[in-house]
Design a protein around this ligand. Structure first.
Ligand code: FES
Length: 140
């Protein structure tokens, strides 16, 4: 080791280099998904009907780094919502315990209609038209 550089100094420099690499990796994280239809077109398959539980729902990825929330309040009814919370744009998840809850400020939404039940959100989730064809759920 050169004069003036202790083993401790060398270890600290190595640790700093590793930390810098980690921070750089954080800055180039994968693109954040947004709610909505992305680049999907009407007629594109979103999911299998069996992927959407009756009385529940599921987030599905759509082309263009977007996601839609599919819900199935009844056996024969499938709806889709843009999962973007109208309060401050957090993506909500599937219904749980009979309600859709925003993880950021805890607004709640009706899982069958997307209507707001409790604020701070003042509006509901935007519905996106979908249809079913056989065992598939299609953007409609
Ligand atoms: S972002 Fe959803 S309640 Fe605030």
């Amino acid at each position: 080791m050169p004069d003036g550089i202790t083993r401790r100094t060398a270890l600290c420099a190595a640790a700093l280099g590793a930390l810098t690499s980690s921070l750089a990796a954080c800055g180039s994280a994968a693109p954040r998904r947004t709610g909505g239809t992305g680049t999907a077109k009407p007629g594109d398959r979103l999911a299998g009907l069996a992927d959407v539980p009756v009385g529940g729902g599921v987030l599905v990825d759509v082309p263009g780094d977007a996601q839609l929330l599919l819900v199935r309040p009844e056996e024969d009814v499938v709806r889709a919502f843009d999962p973007t919370c109208p309060h401050a744009d957090t993506l909500v998840g599937p219904p749980s315990g009979g309600v859709i809850t925003c993880p950021t400020h805890r607004s709640t939404f009706d899982p069958a209609t997307g209507a707001v039940r409790r604020g701070p959100a003042t509006g509901g989730l935007a519905e996106v038209p979908v249809t079913t064809s056989g065992q598939d759920v299609l953007l409609g």
